[in-house]
Design a protein around this ligand. Structure first.
Ligand code: SAH
Length: 475
């Protein structure tokens, strides 16, 4: 490294920008953000300047550069399109000991400006040492997506508690350990989700606790329908911080592989009629793990609040005053619809969509079939594969036409996705010839026809899955 990265405090200090083009405007914006008082020298200014001027503390000298403009400034930026002028500014500034940046001419610079991710008070600066601004911007946008906007608030919280923590832990190593726990635990998560009161409460609890009596917490996380790319940033972050992950059959292996390597994995089953663990036991397990001080991620397929019994699991936690948070996920209906090219609603075909459970109990499905038989809607059945014959029969008995399109999406969004389409009249024959595997989602409605045009996702064909994804004949 041949450069020393530093952050300069320019609040209320005069800073010079020579030039009035777009680049100059960008520099003015950066300087104003940092609180500098800006002196701009340019005969003409880019139109965007007018918006800026109202932001105050900008002095415009409407003429060409004169040596005197450098008088008393804390730093100078030369952004004219005249190389000779830029060089002159650089030479004089250097002679007077004023830090100077010349746009696009690294050799003339005594400092360069990095690309910045602003989570004030947290700033992340990226520089390629002036070799490639495009690469710097690329890196910057990658980092942008990795650093939640809440980092600014987290920085502010650190500032507020700095002295208190120092007083509480005399030893520097204890202090480090404390901050490690706070910045990767519930305090940070409350801050990220915007609940600053809870964050403060959690911080006070951490400060009051002896190191070994800390309460853990539970994150009920929606893992989406299968494709790991459909995880949320928050889900991924929590999975990578977890001490324990509790998961069931619906969570795809590719997703489980993204959990922190040394986290303990607990499988709680949930195959149909073969629950490895009963719901009450799962509820209790989560509470016990948290009480033992663990950060527990309870991973659920899809969204935890859609046919996920997420409510019940956190109910127990709430009763026992165990801290928890819920992270939404993409639900199967949404994932399967998009990956099969079947919009759930459509201006011409469906003005509403209904999610129902097709779970078969005592040979029947207890639903308001009259309502589900209404026209101009899409009905999505979760857990309906076993009950498919009942679904077909009940819909037709309630007046739905036998040529109503129906689609079954097996293992939607994954490499094993298969889509079966047919009508109420023929779907049972179609699936009998080549039965789908769970999990499978069922969609009923005219929108199924749109797949013919809108289908875009192709799961790679493999020997296990056979080849066809029949598409409905156009009606
Ligand atoms: N909470 C989950 C749903 C759990 S109920 C969610 O929001 O998606 C389980 C049912 O969801 C399955 O029986 C199946 O109908 C459906 N399902 C879940 N993931 C699926 C997938 N990848 N492909 C097709 N159906 C899926």
């Amino acid at each position: 490294m041949e450069l020393l990265p530093i952050f300069l405090d320019v609040r209320n200090k005069p800073c010079l920008v020579v030039g009035g083009g777009e680049t100059a405007i960008r520099k003015i914006v950066s300087l104003r953000r940092a609180g500098a008082s800006v002196r701009v020298v340019a005969p003409r200014l880019h139109e965007r300047f007018d918006e800026l001027a109202s932001a105050g503390d900008i002095e415009h000298r409407q003429r060409l550069f004169e040596d005197d403009d450098l008088h008393g400034v804390a730093l100078a930026i030369a952004a004219t399109d005249d190389r000779a002028v830029n060089q002159r500014i650089s030479r004089i500034a250097k002679a007077r000991g004023i830090p100077v940046n010349v746009v696009d001419q690294p050799d003339e610079c005594s400092f360069i400006m990095p690309s910045v991710i602003d989570r004030s008070p947290v700033l992340v600066a990226v520089s390629t040492s002036a070799t490639s601004p495009v690469l710097a911007r690329l890196l910057r946008s990658r980092l942008e997506s990795l650093i939640p906007t809440g980092y600014g608030r987290l920085g502010a919280l650190c500032a507020r508690y700095r002295d208190t923590v120092k007083a509480r832990f005399a030893d520097r190593r204890d202090r480090r350990r404390f901050w490690d726990r706070v910045l990767q635990g519930s305090v940070a998560e409350w801050v990220f989700s915007g609940n600053l009161d809870e964050a403060d409460a959690a911080m006070e609890r951490e400060l009051a606790a002896e190191p070994d009596e800390c309460m853990g917490e539970v994150y009920l996380v929606g893992a989406g329908p299968g494709d790991p790319d459909l995880l949320t940033f928050r889900a991924l972050r929590l999975m990578q911080q977890a001490d324990v992950v509790v998961y069931d059959r619906l969570v795809a292996k590719a997703i489980l592989d993204m959990v922190r390597r040394d986290a303990k994995r607990v499988y709680v089953g949930k195959e149909r009629n073969n629950h490895a663990m009963r719901q009450e036991e799962i509820n209790r397990l989560l509470a016990d793990l948290a009480k033992a001080g663990h950060r527990v991620v309870r991973l659920k397929g899809g969204d935890p609040f859609i046919f996920g019994r997420g409510g019940e699991e956190i109910d127990t936690l709430a009763e026992q005053r165990i801290p928890f948070q819920v992270v939404p996920g993409i639900t199967a209906a949404s994932g399967c619809a998009t990956y099969s090219g079947i919009p759930l609603t459509h201006r011409d075909y469906a003005q509403s969509v209904t999610f129902v459970t097709g779970h078969l109990k005592d040979g029947t499905i207890d639903l308001n079939w009259e309502q589900l038989a209404q026209a101009n809607q899409t009905v999505v059945f979760y857990m309906g594969l076993v009950g498919l014959p009942v679904i077909v029969e009940k819909l037709m008995a309630s007046g739905v036409s036998s040529d109503m399109p129906i689609a079954l999406v097996q293992q939607g969004t994954t490499q094993k996705q298969r889509v079966y389409t047919g009508t109420l009249a023929n779907i049972l024959d179609i699936v009998e010839r080549d039965p789908p595997k769970p999990p499978t989602l069922i969609m009923v409605g005219e929108v199924v026809r749109l797949r013919e045009k809108l289908s875009w996702f192709r799961a790679p064909r493999n020997s296990e899955q056979g080849a066809t994804t029949p598409i409905l004949p156009a009606s």
